[in-house]
Design a protein around this ligand. Structure first.
Ligand SMILES: CCCCC/C=C\C/C=C\CCCCCCCC(=O)SCCNC(=O)CCNC(=O)[C@H](O)C(C)(C)COP(=O)(O)OP(=O)(O)OC[C@H]1O[C@@H](n2cnc3c(N)ncnc32)[C@H](O)[C@@H]1OP(=O)(O)O
Ligand SMILES: CCCCCCCC/C=C\CCCCCCCC(=O)OC[C@@H](O)COP(=O)(O)O
Length: 277
């Protein structure tokens, strides 16, 4: 017995009360998500090292197995449509909307084989989480320096076809918890045109039915995921990029509104948009 015991006891007694409070429940779930990420990353790093000895996209199949467990802690259901379009054994650029750090659950549910992701460089410095991303073959870019980000993505373009890879990019370039899509950045489209590979848009429904950080709401719920038809880029040049971007954006936006409960074209559901967690 230690002198901490009464405090531990008090905490245990208070825990159900704290968890019933919406705000503490929200923060508990977010903190628990981070803890899961860190703990699972440590274990996954060991498994990846033992299995493949270092950085390779093949480690993603190990990472996927770990992350796919998360949804059971959160009572999240994922409903997929068109997932088979991602599994054709051909290189492509996959683009999807990015709402929150919770997206990792949706990503890993559908991530095809041989698929690398583009991430902001800061994530490399998140301890074990950064290490597992590195081991999984994630390409880190410095968003503050467009020229270096562009050349990192150009290198991906050079090996995409040669190594039969897929690449997953969040073209909004940042998390966006509002009730609409942000305008797209151009990197993904340059990449697809440069490599002459199709773009496959993937749309996740709005999390707002179960997750609203501004109101500290985080309940169980359902995420609908729709994989749209591949958009060919064969024969396209850089001059076609603005139209290609516009086509992808409007297709994804239409789909986002259609599959998200209670959202309308104005992107409202009665709440104002706030920064995400
Ligand atoms: C086991 C437990 C595990 C626990 C953890 C769980 C999982 C972890 C494991 C793996 C998962 C990893 C998933 C990681 C997700 C990370 C998500 C993110 O980090 S999102 C943020 C980073 N991503 C991006 O930013 C990608 C999108 N951005 C772009 O593509 C951008 O275009 C850019 C290349 C970064 C440049 O950005 P910029 O702000 O400058 O914007 P613009 O697009 O407007 O471009 C400016 C200018 O440049 C021209 N341009 C752009 N690209 C090119 C090019 N390739 N060639 C030539 N010119 C280019 C563009 O046309 C613009 O010019 P103009 O305005 O004249 O048209
Ligand atoms: C030694 C340092 C230790 C630091 C420990 C930090 C622990 C962090 C723990 C868990 C974080 C889970 C992160 C899961 C990965 C989420 C990827 C993600 O969603 O990144 C956000 C990025 O797309 C866009 O960022 P911005 O919206 O532009 O901002």
């Amino acid at each position: 017995m230690t002198c901490l015991d009464p405090w531990v006891l008090l905490l245990l007694l208070l825990l159900p009360v704290l968890l019933l409070n919406r705000t503490t429940n929200f923060y508990f779930k977010i903190c628990f998500y981070c803890v899961l990420c860190v703990v699972f990353s440590v274990v996954a790093c060991v498994v990846c090292f033992l299995r493949h000895g270092g950085r390779t996209v093949r480690n993603m199949s190990i990472i996927k197995r770990f992350v796919r467990i998360f949804k059971y802690f959160y009572g999240l259901q994922l409903e997929m449509k068109g997932a088979e379009k991602l599994h054709e054994d051909k290189p492509c650029v996959i683009i999807s909307n990015h709402q929150s750090i919770l997206d990792m659950m949706g990503l890993m549910e559908i991530l095809p084989r041989n698929c690398i992701q583009i991430a902001k460089r800061e994530l490399l410095y998140t301890g074990p989480v950064g290490l597992i991303m590195y081991l999984g073959g994630v390409i880190f870019i410095n968003r503050k320096r467009t020229s270096t980000a562009m050349s990192a993505m150009e290198e991906v373009g050079n090996i995409l076809v040669q190594k039969n890879l897929k690449v997953w990019i969040y073209p909004e370039g940042t998390r966006n918890g509002s009730y609409d899509l942000l305008p797209f950045k151009k990197g993904a489209f340059y990449l697809a045109v440069q490599a002459q590979v199709p773009i496959i848009p993937v749309v996740y429904s709005s999390f707002s039915s179960f997750y609203q950080p501004e109101k500290k709401i985080f309940t169980s719920g359902k995420i609908k995921v729709e994989v749209l038809d591949p958009i060919k880029t064969e024969g396209m040049t850089v001059d076609d990029i603005p139209k290609l971007l516009e086509t992808c954006h409007s297709l994804m936006r239409e789909t986002f509104f259609r599959i998200s409960d209670k959202l309308n074209e104005k992107g409202t559901n009665g709440s104002t948009s706030q920064p995400v967690q």
